[in-house]
Design a protein. Structure first.
Lengths: 143, 143, 143
């Protein structure tokens, strides 16, 4: 019987491991992870993403939700030091929103980290980052 | 042996419970749940979302798919009583498509339920609604 | 004990089967499946989707990632023989990106397979294809 219980525990453990994102997706935890994409060169979209992040934090509780905004392609302009929404980006980071810039786009646009708003996280690739988050069970929204 | 089977049943049950969205994602059931986002102030996008909803219902069978359209931000205009696609929105609701309006946007735009097409569902937040649906295993499409 | 192990194996098997997309979502395998949507009549968006596909293949390894681009609605123009990005579409297909055209849109726009770039896959419906891929655990990105 001990062996059986050990085997059962192993099955449960294995299952738990394998299905963990499924498990995330099931519970409140997924409700509290969201990655937002900004890939348009459109300050209206940038502001909408910032509003969305704030609303989600207000609705779910700032400490109960993890929000990441990923900017890539023409959306990278949102994160330049002279961006029209620089104030909003800073306010979002102050509220613990992770703001990520795509390194592939930066290279293509000849933008360095110094050209970006301070505190922005550089990720290897914007789409790769979004794929990674979805594979971890995060919800995805493109405002 | 009885105890073992009971334990096995428990593991299976637990697994089923924990992994249920995964299970949803696996089977035909996810195929039949889709949430569509409308966040642009663009009648072309509104019509596309309505067409997409209809096509999905035709392809999978109206009674075998659950479709929800969530309008928020500048997309809320789609659901105003004087919307250019009011006829299409009514037709969608007649076909059991849930059409949802974001309460946060309504407050910001000073739009009340009376200003919207009759039958529209007001949800606490558009992005929150989309997160919730994804966490329940629904597919997400932004037309 | 043999029966018990058989039952355990069955539970594990069942769980594996039921939770497989969850499992996919957990591991590296989901990292390597992505479906991209093109539904805008905007060559800038078409080029962005093609760039995204290439970047993902470069980052993860062309043989370790499955990429599909689904064009529907006004995005179908991307795949017409005279498309501004026909060269890029051909290059993507040469790199084993699946490029899919929505049959519902083709019918509506009176576009036949002969009007499309050679090698494009015709799928019954663009949104249905995207739903199917998400239900199989693929990441979804709308550039």
């Amino acid at each position: 019987m001990k062996q059986v219980l050990a085997a059962l525990a192993m099955v449960a453990g294995l299952t738990g491991m394998v299905a963990s994102p499924g498990a995330l997706a099931a519970g409140k935890t997924t409700m509290s992870h969201i990655v937002m994409q900004v890939s348009d060169n459109d300050p209206g979209k940038w502001q909408l993403a910032l509003n969305n992040a704030e609303n989600v934090q207000e609705a779910l509780g700032k400490d109960k939700v993890k929000v990441e905004i990923v900017a890539y392609g023409p959306g990278l302009n949102m994160l330049k030091a002279d961006s029209k929404v620089a104030g909003g980006v800073n306010a979002a980071m102050d509220r613990n929103v992770q703001v990520s810039a795509c390194a592939v786009t930066m290279k293509k646009m000849k933008v360095t980290k110094d050209d970006l708003i301070g505190g922005v996280t550089v990720v290897p690739g914007g789409v790769i980052e979004i794929m990674k988050r979805q594979s971890e069970g995060w919800a995805y929204v493109r405002p």
